[in-house]
Design a protein around this ligand. Structure first.
Ligand code: COA
Ligand code: AMP
Length: 631
């Protein structure tokens, strides 16, 4: 079938489309209908079904005779190790871990925080929760103790499952002290922790609270899959919003299964037995959907890669993994490709490997710039597919539907809306703009299965953040346009979220940390363009009157503060002390104008600016830091 027909078919009868897609899932009780809209604008999918995610990811493939197929490959250049786990082994390991969690009191609906590096045990922990109907919340390893504490207090987990350490190139990251500090700082205390001891650094366990991964499972009965309602939360994943309080994106079980099952063949061309690799991290949505759940729902082999695109040991690592494991479809962030291109501009290392298994490269997480796409296409000689989505949606809003009909590529566009998504570009007043005109990108409600039904314990915030500005629509927070052929272009965020190396970060959260410095009176953080990471955060600091601390010292303190409180992943290394910040007459800091100045882009003097002379001071400060400030 062609894309246009498929999309029109969905639009004509979404209920039939999704009920048909639900056929890919093994149900305990099949859904009687797809959409529940009684609580609109809050919607649910397959709410009256009963199902288990782990069964669909693991057990059913063993039953279908795929027990000996490798389910997970751990490829870890940072430990120089590779191993495979078959579906039958995965079933035994997950049932055992789930049994041990259950023996300690974890039940359907309980929350469990998972704080682990890129090891198969991270997926096993997620699946063990799913087996019991427990709701996991995976926290990215690059976040500091404070961020972990915020999440502990928000989702009040019964247990934390963690590894003793992560491994970054050149350093071991001990996780256990971060967990101890987070539990100490949090008001909520989990009942117990399970620690996977890695030989690179064994952690000290707190007697009575902490249990070692293996001994914890000794002698317990393995757990069977617990059926849950279709609208039971499968997980909570925190993502950056405008403040220091992250948003707990909730994912319901049945919609998640149906939507991901639909994407594997139709977007990624992946079926049972194929090898799929998403080089991301389990702490991000890409890791949830396409390292863990998507490929396993499809009965494919997934790769858990513990390394970086460069330096582990070289810029040929990705190509080695593709060759050695015969990867069919590969997914990464444009930043990773830019990092490889910077080290190996002619792509010489790719010639050392046989990449014939590869059929397409998928990019997401940030805007894919045309240079990066063109380079990757030349080096790999396969289609390069940019696709656009968010933590909130869990799967692609716009993509090139390679498994349906590969559409002509337009550089700079993530192609077209996927079935389920009715995209509108709106002006300030909420009216659709003409084709080709820039506006806020919104999606007509209801969002499709697999997308967020709300935020954890924060329905008012959900409504305010996403539903209120454009009634009848979900506000994506991205701005862009649709061209005459229906191709979408994503140009910028409409809020204070920035994207650093494919990681979504809140400038507001960084500002909260900087404001906590005793010498800082006022501050602003903006995202400035960076050739490698897409954007980098840059802080402007106004100091309190009468402060004697040298400005350089305040800058150093502030850099350390952000690293200690948010984590190294914030990549906050640039800050400058200025006398004043440019504001509107009503006191709003003109962050977007400052970012344009830093990037050397033309900008319109905001009509509401209070004192235009301050922009000259900002430009001078940026020029002093080496930015290509426009005259
Ligand atoms: N645990 C602890 N620290 C971590 C971490 C983790 N899981 N992940 C990253 N960090 C640290 C890094 O060590 C680095 O610390 P440093 O400031 O001491 O060097 C910092 O956080 C920033 O990390 P990162 O953004 O990864 O930058 P980098 O300079 O180490 O590597 C790239 C640059 C481009 C190679 C890397 O950003 C990359 O691979 N990007 C792809 C991102 C991606 O896949 N995103 C997923 C979205 S789909
Ligand atoms: P996250 O929730 O971390 O996945 O980040 C989602 C945000 O990343 C989106 O709202 C966009 O701003 C940006 N993003 C993701 N993919 C793309 C893409 N293909 N093109 C442009 N921006 C993207």
């Amino acid at each position: 079938m062609r894309y246009a027909e498929l999309y029109a078919g969905w639009k004509a009868d979404p209920e039939a489309f999704w009920m048909q897609a639900a056929g890919a899932i093994d149900w305990v009780t099949p859904p009687s209908k797809a959409l529940s809209d009684a609580q609109a604008p809050i919607y649910e999918w397959f709410a009256d079904a009963e199902v288990n995610t782990c069964w669909n990811c693991v057990d059913r493939h063993v039953e279908a005779g795929r027990g000996d197929q490798v389910a997970i490959i751990h490829d870890s250049p940072v430990t120089r190790a590779t191993k495979g786990i078959t579906y039958a082994e995965l079933q035994a390991r997950v049932a055992s871990l789930a049994g041990a969690l259950r023996a300690k009191g974890v039940e359907k609906g309980d929350r469990v925080i998972i704080y682990m590096p890129m090891i198969p045990e991270a997926l096993e922990a997620m699946l063990a929760c799913a087996r019991l109907g427990a709701i996991h919340s995976v926290v990215f390893g690059g976040f500091a103790a404070h961020e972990l504490a915020v999440r502990i207090d928000d989702c009040t987990p019964k247990a934390i499952i963690a590894a003793s350490c992560g491994i970054e190139p050149g350093r071991i990251v001990p996780y256990k002290p971060l967990i101890d500090a987070a539990i100490e700082a949090a008001a909520h205390k989990p009942d117990f922790c399970v620690i996977f001891q890695r030989e690179q650094q064994v952690a000290r366990l707190v007697p009575g609270r902490d249990h070692a991964w293996h001994s914890f499972q000794y002698g317990v009965a393995p757990a069977d899959c617990v059926p849950v309602a279709g609208n039971h939360p499968a997980y909570i994943l925190y993502t950056s919003g405008t403040t220091g309080q992250p948003k707990g994106v909730v994912r319901h079980t049945a919609g998640h299964l149906v939507a991901l099952a639909w994407t594997m063949p139709n977007i990624y061309r992946i079926n049972a037995g194929d090898v799929f690799w998403a080089a991301s991290d389990v702490g991000w949505v890409v890791g949830h959907s396409y390292i863990c759940y998507g490929p396993l729902i499809a009965g494919a082999t997934t790769i858990v890669f513990e390394g970086k695109p460069v330096g582990t040991p070289d810029a040929g690592t990705f190509w080695r993994v593709i060759q050695n494991h015969k990867v069919k479809s590969f997914f990464t962030a444009p930043t990773a490709i830019r990092a490889i291109k910077r080290e190996d501009p002619a792509g010489i290392l790719s010639r050392d490997y046989n990449l014939r298994s590869l059929t397409a490269l998928y990019l997401a997480g940030e805007r894919a710039d045309p240079d990066t796409i063109t380079w990757a296409r030349q080096i790999l000689d396969v289609p390069v597919v940019d696709h656009w989505w968010q933590t909130e949606t869990g799967w692609a809003i716009a993509a090139n539907p390679m498994g349906i009909e590969p559409l002509p590529v337009k550089l700079g566009s993530p192609t077209v809306a996927m079935p389920g998504y009715d995209i509108a570009v709106l002006d300030e007043g909420g009216h659709p703009v003409a084709r080709g005109e820039l506006g806020a990108i919104a999606i007509r409600l209801p969002l499709p299965p697999g997308t967020l039904p709300g935020l954890w314990n924060a329905e008012a915030r959900y409504r305010k953040s996403y539903l209120e500005r454009f009634p009848g629509y979900y506000e994506t927070g991205d701005a862009g346009y649709v061209d005459e052929d229906g191709y979408l272009y994503i140009m910028a965020r409409t809020d204070d979220v920035i994207n650093v190396a494919g990681h979504r970060l809140s400038t507001g959260a960084m500002e909260e940390v900087l404001s906590g410095h005793p010498d800082v009176a006022e501050c602003a953080v903006i995202g400035v363009s960076d050739a490698l990471k897409g954007q980098l955060p840059l802080g402007f600091l106004c100091l309190k009157k009468g402060i004697n601390t040298p400005p350089d010292q305040v800058v150093r303190d502030c850099v350390k503060r952000v690293r200690d409180q948010i984590g190294p992943v914030a990549a906050f290394k640039l800050a400058v002390v200025v006398d004043r910040l440019p504001k509107t007459r009503s006191g709003k800091i003109l962050r977007a104008t400052m970012a344009k100045i830093a990037d050397g882009q033309p900008f319109k003097m905001p009509a509401t600016i209070d004192d235009p002379a301050i922009l000259d001071e900002i430009a001078a400060a940026l020029k002093g830091m080496g930015y290509p400030v426009a005259a």
